[in-house]
Design a protein around this ligand. Structure first.
Ligand code: HEM
Ligand code: HEM
Length: 343
């Protein structure tokens, strides 16, 4: 992007540049706020989703202008037009899947969820969007950021917030399934009925089959057997809120982590799964974390993390490590990990 001194240029081109820049800003806002919503299972998730949804509606509002630009661009014999078209298809899939999820018109698509399509298409669009912006330069001029245009942008933003608020009202007034979703946008599934709780993993972890008689858990300088861990009866009612778009509240039972690790001076606790997946927690949280062997009075099944899984109240599902195979305490700071798991 380059800044040029103000000079006369056709209105259509100036409008095109502004539309493209607005789209760039809105796509960035949608992407960023989507991930913030995934990082929290508490209030910040809601606030970022309000911004997120408004950003999505503003992108929809830009479609008539952008389709004019696209039609003009497609008329030029330029390499890579197919990639721009694919970008369009992915953004549309993401928008449609987001709206299907939020209204509740379609939540599950076979073993996947509308949310999986929503986020999957958005992630796939990122490299194409970067290529698109780099190869189709927009020439920014000082007048594009004039007071008048900034006010126009504000009006579009206000319109998008109003459209989002109106859509939420329609969802509630017409009793669409979306009316019942939680503040994170997730739908209730199988609460207090362990057999009906959906099974999901962050990415592609296959469910390991673990033999409870040979399973040993290294923690607190010793190895625990399955019987020893299941002898604990610490209880916690907590809600697993999955980034796949569902939540499920269960009564979990097992051993509080502070009982397993004992007195230690480390900075963080690393909980490792048999699949190699791991997450790290501040040591101060040990007494709030539960290594569960049971839910709703019955033993966990392999899909839900047998022999033992972590329960992390108020944190998204990807923190609830399943098939726990080791609990380690070390001096690494708890933030020394990728904010989202990479496997
Ligand atoms: C929702 C995201 C977007 C989609 C789906 C999209 C799609 C398209 C399509 C299909 C074309 C015509 C084919 C081509 O020239 O390759 C095009 C052209 C163009 N796009 Fe985008 N675009 C998006 C966002 C952006 C952004 C963020 C920018 C820049 C900041 C941008 C700048 C341009 C430019 C400069 C052209 C060329 C227009 C012309 O030749 O007259 N686009 N876009
Ligand atoms: C191309 C980028 C994206 C666009 C344009 C977009 C747009 C949208 C739209 C229009 C909705 C429906 C809003 C509503 O009616 O409530 C939505 C919902 C949602 N999006 Fe995105 N999104 C994008 C990427 C992402 C990403 C990357 C994530 C997560 C990492 C994400 C997470 C969510 C969640 C959790 C909801 C559900 C909100 C609710 O039901 O209240 N989105 N998105």
């Amino acid at each position: 992007m380059s800044v040029r001194p103000a000079a006369r240029r056709p209105v259509a081109i100036a409008l095109g540049a502004r539309t493209n820049l607005a789209l760039l800003a809105l796509l960035s806002v949608a992407f960023l706020t989507g991930w913030i919503a995934f990082a929290y299972a508490t209030a910040p998730a809601r606030w970022s989703l309000v911004l997120h949804a408004a950003g999505g509606f503003a992108i929809l509002a830009m479609l008539p202008w952008k389709s004019m630009i696209a039609r003009r661009g497609l008329g030029r014999p330029r390499p890579g037009r197919w990639a721009s078209t694919l970008l369009g298809v992915l953004v549309l899939i993401s928008l449609v899947a987001g709206l299907l999820h939020s209204t509740g018109l379609l939540i599950y698509v076979g073993p996947l969820t509308a949310m999986d399509f929503h986020v999957g298409a958005a992630i796939a669009a990122v490299p194409l969007a970067i290529w698109h912006v780099v190869s189709r330069r927009v020439r920014l001029r000082p007048t594009d950021l004039s007071r008048r245009n900034v006010l126009r942008g504000g009006a579009v933003a206000a319109g998008a917030v109003a459209a989002y608020a109106a859509s939420e009202m329609v969802v509630r007034a017409t009793g669409m399934p979306g009316a019942a979703r939680r503040f994170t946008g997730s739908y209730e599934a199988g609460s207090l009925q362990p057999g009906l709780m959906p099974i999901s993993s962050w990415m592609f972890d296959a469910i390991p089959q673990i033999d409870q008689s040979t399973w040993r858990l290294p923690a607190g300088g010793r190895e625990w057997s399955y019987d020893e861990i299941s002898a604990f009866d610490d209880r916690l009612t907590a809600t697993l809120d999955c980034t796949g778009g569902f939540f499920s509240t269960q009564e979990w039972a097992g051993a509080r982590l502070d009982r397993l690790i004992g007195k230690t001076d480390g900075a963080s606790i690393r909980v490792v799964s048999a699949t190699g997946y791991d997450r790290r927690f501040p040591i101060e949280r040990a007494s709030a974390l539960l290594l569960a062997t049971r839910f709703g009075g019955q033993a966990l099944d392999p899909g839900h993390g047998f022999p033992a899984r972590l329960v992390v109240p108020d944190a998204r599902g990807f923190w609830w490590v399943k098939w726990v195979s080791a609990i380690e305490v070390d001096d690494m700071p708890p933030w020394w990990q990728s904010p989202f798991p990479l496997q």
